[in-house]
Design a protein around this ligand. Structure first.
Ligand code: F6P
Length: 348
């Protein structure tokens, strides 16, 4: 039986560990043959494949990124041009002509949304959740998140020294899209002066009061802000690009500099912003992410063998369970007020 594999959306540490686990379990245990699709949904859309055997996955466990490549290609946004076939029909046609009996889609909300739709149209699909944002409602954790948090925490630790030496307020902008998980965890772990998340619009006045309070203690403040956070008095999010991607998302970014300007203006203290950007998605996965990704891979190929199609692997506590793909992609997991309140204890 031939199994297709693809990785879609933003890359994240641990993708290769899933691919390795699928192949290392699927070939010897079930006698499967694997076909990798290049660059997310672009692969099945255009029939662009790469062979995946045990040799191809040797040594990839600690490697960041994805050996299959990724993209934000959305087959659902590809309309049938003048009598041609729609994106979905092209994907289905290519899978059938390549003899792919089942597909494992590794991705976040967008990639798995397409997987759910494809499964609803009769294509056997199993999903594996990934995203540094940790914002998928159906799983306690996605792999990639722990690595991103550790990278951000290390950056905060490093920034502390410059903040203190130069008596500056330093602002660090982290990713996470509309969820504040990376900011919350890295800010708590790094001892931030204040953490700003999308779930709770912030008061600029209060942020400046925290900053001034920290300076009074002869200690320089470090502000962690999520890219999707915004001040109470501002309805629009800071954007680095107004254009929408094929899933309808804008590109967030810039709130760190907005804050730095405002803090400097209101407090008279020098304030500088650092945008962590894709550094958070790069490099080798942490042990937690390697183990989670590997377990997801093993369970996903077992799910294929058991015919559990339309399911996504999820972590509930310490157990890997199956949840319906449609349910998994229906709700974003946001930071609840009580989790933010725990972090607030240390503000100011
Ligand atoms: O979803 C992961 C993520 O890194 C978000 O945190 C961020 O907003 C987005 O992807 C950036 O995407 P891109 O690399 O395509 O600009």
């Amino acid at each position: 039986m031939r199994i297709g594999v693809l990785t879609g959306g933003g890359d994240c540490p641990g993708l290769n560990a899933v691919i390795r686990a699928l192949v290392r379990r699927g070939i010897p245990e079930y006698g499967y043959e694997f076909l990798g699709f290049r660059d997310g949904w672009r692969g099945p859309l255009e029939g662009d494949t790469v062979p995946l055997d045990i040799q191809a996955v040797r040594g990839i466990l600690p490697r960041g990124g994805t050996i299959l490549g990724s993209s934000r290609t959305n087959p659902l946004a590809e309309s049938a041009a003048s009598g041609g076939r729609s994106g979905l029909e092209r994907v289905k046609g290519n899978l059938a002509s390549l003899g792919v009996a089942a597909l494992v889609a590794i991705g976040g909300e967008d990639t798995l949304g397409v997987a759910a739709r494809l499964n609803a149209e009769g294509v056997p699909v199993v999903g594996v959740p990934k995203t540094i944002d940790n914002d998928l409602g159906a799983t306690d954790y996605t792999f990639g998140f722990d690595t991103a948090v550790n990278i951000a925490m290390e950056a905060i630790d490093r920034l502390h020294t410059t903040a203190e030496s130069h008596h500056r307020a330093l602002i660090i902008e982290v990713m996470g899209r509309h969820a504040g998980w990376i900011a919350l965890h890295s800010g708590m772990a790094g001892g931030a002066n204040v953490i700003l998340i999308p779930e709770k619009p912030f008061s600029m006045e209060k942020v400046c009061a925290y900053v001034e309070h920290r300076f009074k203690d002869r200690y320089a403040p470090l502000v962690v802000v999520a890219e999707g956070a915004r001040p109470e008095e501002e309805d629009d999010l800071a954007l680095s690009d107004q254009r929408l991607d094929s899933f309808g998302h804008v590109r967030l970014g810039g709130i760190g500099q907005v804050l730095a300007n405002e803090i400097e203006k209101r407090t008279g203290k020098e304030a500088r912003a650092t945008v962590l950007g894709h550094i958070q998605r790069g490099g080798t996965p942490t042990a937690f992410d390697r183990v989670l990704a590997t377990r997801f891979g093993v369970h996903a190929i077992d799910a294929v063998h058991d015919g559990a199609f339309g399911m996504m692997m999820a972590l509930h506590g310490t157990q890997i369970v199956h949840v319906p793909l449609a349910e998994a992609t229906s709700q974003l997991k946001l930071v609840p007020p009580e989790r933010y309140a725990e972090a607030e204890v240390f503000f100011g």
